[in-house]
Design a protein around this ligand. Sequence first.
Ligand code: PMP
Length: 387
Amino acid sequence: MGSLKAETSISKGRCNGTGKNLSPDSLINLDHGDPTMYESFWREMGEKSTIVILGWQLMSYFSDVRNLCWFLEPELAKEIRKLHQLVGNAEINDRHIIVGNGSSQLFQAALYALSPPDASEPISVVSAVPYYSSYPPVTDYLRSELYRWAGDAYTFKKDAPYIELVTSPNNPDGFTREAVVNRSRGKMVHDLAYYWPQYTPITSAVDHDLMLFTVSKCTGHAGTRIGWALVKDREVAIKMTKFIELNTIGVSKDSQLRAAKILNTVCEGYEGGNTNGVMRFFEYGRRLMTERWERLREAVRKSTLFSLPEFQFEFCNFDREIRSAHPAFAWLKCEGDIEDLEMFLRSHKVLTRSGKHFGADPRYVRASMIDRDETFDLFVQRLSTIH
Ligand code: PMP
């Protein structure tokens, strides 16, 4: 796969199959952040989260020609606003909503929109180490003359315009982050894929200029390929819309309506005193994540070879209680004398992603915490026996 180690590379992901029929010595694939953990919730919801689309429906390219983002389904826009209001994680008033084919397409649309069109050289794109491993290849794969990957934000010294990618909570290590360069010529993209209550305490409604979200990590519907951007500036929103128009002439309406139904089901769990038979999605997710992190920490204690990040306790405005983060990834460090932890775990038939893809040390790896139960069970079991 080389350096283009994109999150969605399917070929490797298949070796887990459905996650069923794993034997004690099966290969465990935790390289991707494939959110299959949530299948159990949505299976329970059955008909409540189902939509039917008839053959003659949703045929036009256009969704709402009066809206700046003309391919955004009004139903999805409504549910996105409702969900943010429910969770209280982002400011939605006076924002343009731009829908994208996953937040991956919106990330590229944002780079296009924030780059000066006539600059003599590409604008630098930076992110603090350890950064999300897809940022460098996605930024550079078309060798754009508009923007170029410039690495770690902590060491960025150039006195020139730049774009800083701020992922909070961060992929891979789960910590809450803020911009680190902080110069007047900087523009920011806040990637908030994991700013949801099952992963981290919701401490405020964030209010940045350009914020990215995705159903992939919010509800687990990565295959639906729906993300959204909340954008303050009208001109930036127009340019992002133009990028998606040129790139894919909009976003599947089928997917948008499916995502709308899913978000609607999440909100319903919190409506009417919760008597409508819809389970509370974020409680379910938080319970699972809390339990998984406890089991992982126990396995790491038993093994004595590894360490994990420690997270502060904070008041979560959504849950109305003090709690700590339970991130979607474990950023595992080897405390022994093993130089390449990815290779070492591979020899124990556990596939993870090396720290080097995140601009960090190969003594670190990132392992998914959001795979199916069977896979996770085997992971902690195996980890606890490695000394
Ligand atoms: N940003 C971050 C930080 C991510 O971890 C991911 C998915 N791994 C994405 C963006 C891309 O999400 P999507 O499936 O919406 O393209």
